[in-house]
Design a protein around this ligand. Structure first.
Ligand code: AMP
Length: 392
């Protein structure tokens, strides 16, 4: 069974064709970036074949057509009929969607309605859905929601200390994001520890970052909240701050909520702390030259992440494993080292050599807590969910 995975952003479209067998191997993948702009970047690969070029691509339907024509050119498949199902990434499923769901007209309407809660993401995801449903008419289209995995949070975790009618009338609650990768990473971690029980903390540290606490395969806490702004500092997002700060600064700077939203989402986080870059690779390069701001940024990041891990160990009353994933989690060994240095009291002990080489398992022999480094793979998890949905 071949499953096409579509992840549409406002001006981008990522695609993957995955063969659903024991390994869920990726047959073909790529990205169209800059849809609607004067020049758009297209890159795709299948095994040893690859192609990269620039051209104008006006909309998501044309972007998908481009992806399909290269798919045929590479000879991966010869007809659209060889695509058995399409899985779509949808960032926000609200409280309604707790698992993979077939995209019917009423479901698409609901996702359009939920877009109010995720104005940057759901409308972009919908562009990919509209385009794909028009082009691939013979196969089922399944939505996979980023929020779904976190719908198991207990009330004490998902409710804020705010007026109850804000929850009832305006749906203000913690939703959590990156759920597809947290679920994938939890699954891989349980496989590595050899049982389906245990208290694990998954640290998805990328351009956007979130941390989840998973007890016996059930997500019980997560750091992103009503929006992906809550939690630890990220590339350009502030993460959690005193909620009075934006009110105070809107008054001081005479700016409206839209401007404040831009500052908190685009001009804060690692970029603001370092005053250098939002990319940890740049920060590390400067830190090695003893740049003070770069050194402080790494110190601040490690501290904030360690605080969350400590809190989540408390939420679960114990800790069996920590797994690091995504761009920073998989590569920034110096951050993993610094994060773990706060966690000795929990029985966390790194093997510095294994950590330095980004090995898959990096705790030392005496560590009471297992520590893993696992590559993020949302596409594979999405394909699994589509497969399981169609074979239930
Ligand atoms: P992601 O969102 O998972 O694609 O992660 C992207 C982020 O990971 C980048 O913005 C970088 O900050 C970070 N990153 C990627 N590669 C490395 C690396 N080799 N070392 C440190 N950080 C990295």
């Amino acid at each position: 069974m071949n499953i096409l995975i579509v992840n549409a952003g406002s001006s981008s479209l990522k695609f993957q064709l995955i063969k659903a067998d024991e390994t869920f191997e990726t047959l073909y993948e790529g990205i169209v970036d800059g849809i609607g702009r004067a020049s758009c970047f297209f890159t795709a690969s299948a095994g040893t074949k690859s192609v990269t070029y620039k051209k104008r691509i006006p909309d998501h339907a044309k972007a998908l057509n481009e992806a399909v024509s290269i798919l045929f050119e590479f000879g991966v498949i010869k007809s659209l009929k060889e695509i058995d199902a399409v899985g779509h990434r949808v960032v926000h499923g609200g409280e309604k969607y707790t698992k993979a769901t077939k995209l019917t007209v009423p479901v698409v309407r609901n996702i359009e309605a939920i877009a109010e809660l995720a104005p940057l993401h759901n409308p972009a995801n919908l562009q990919g859905i509209y385009a794909s449903m028009e082009i691939i008419t013979h196969a089922p289209h399944i939505a996979i929601f980023d929020t779904a995995f976190h719908q198991t949070l207990p009330e004490k975790a998902y409710k804020y200390a705010l007026p109850e009618d804000w929850y009832k009338d305006y749906h203000i609650r913690k939703y959590g994001f990156h759920g597809t990768n947290h679920k994938y990473i939890a699954h891989q971690t349980y496989t590595l520890i050899g049982k389906n029980k245990g208290k694990i903390i998954t640290c998805h540290l990328g351009n956007g970052s979130s941390i989840s606490a998973i007890k016996d395969n059930v997500c019980v806490e997560t750091s992103m909240g009503f929006t992906p702004l809550e939690g630890i500092p990220m590339g350009t997002r502030s993460g959690s701050i005193d909620p009075a700060i934006p009110l105070y600064m809107m008054d001081k700077l005479k700016i409206d909520s839209k401007k404040m939203d831009t500052i908190l989402n685009k001009n804060s986080g690692i970029l603001a702390i370092s005053d250098l870059s939002s990319d940890v690779r740049d920060i590390w390069e400067r830190a090695q030259k003893n740049n003070k701001k770069a050194l402080y940024t790494l110190e601040k990041l490690a501290y904030e992440i360690a605080l969350k891990i400590g809190a989540y160990a408390a939420a679960m009353d114990g800790l069996d494993a920590i797994t690091f994933t995504a761009g920073i989690g998989e590569n920034a060994w110096y951050l993993r080292r610094d994060i773990c240095s706060y966690l000795n009291h929990l029985g966390v002990k790194l093997d510095s050599r294994k950590n330095r080489s980004n090995a898959a398992q990096i705790q030392d022999e005496e560590s009471k807590v297992k520590i893993f480094v696992i590559k993020a793979n949302e596409g594979k998890q999405m394909a699994r969910e589509v497969f399981n949905f169609l074979n239930k």
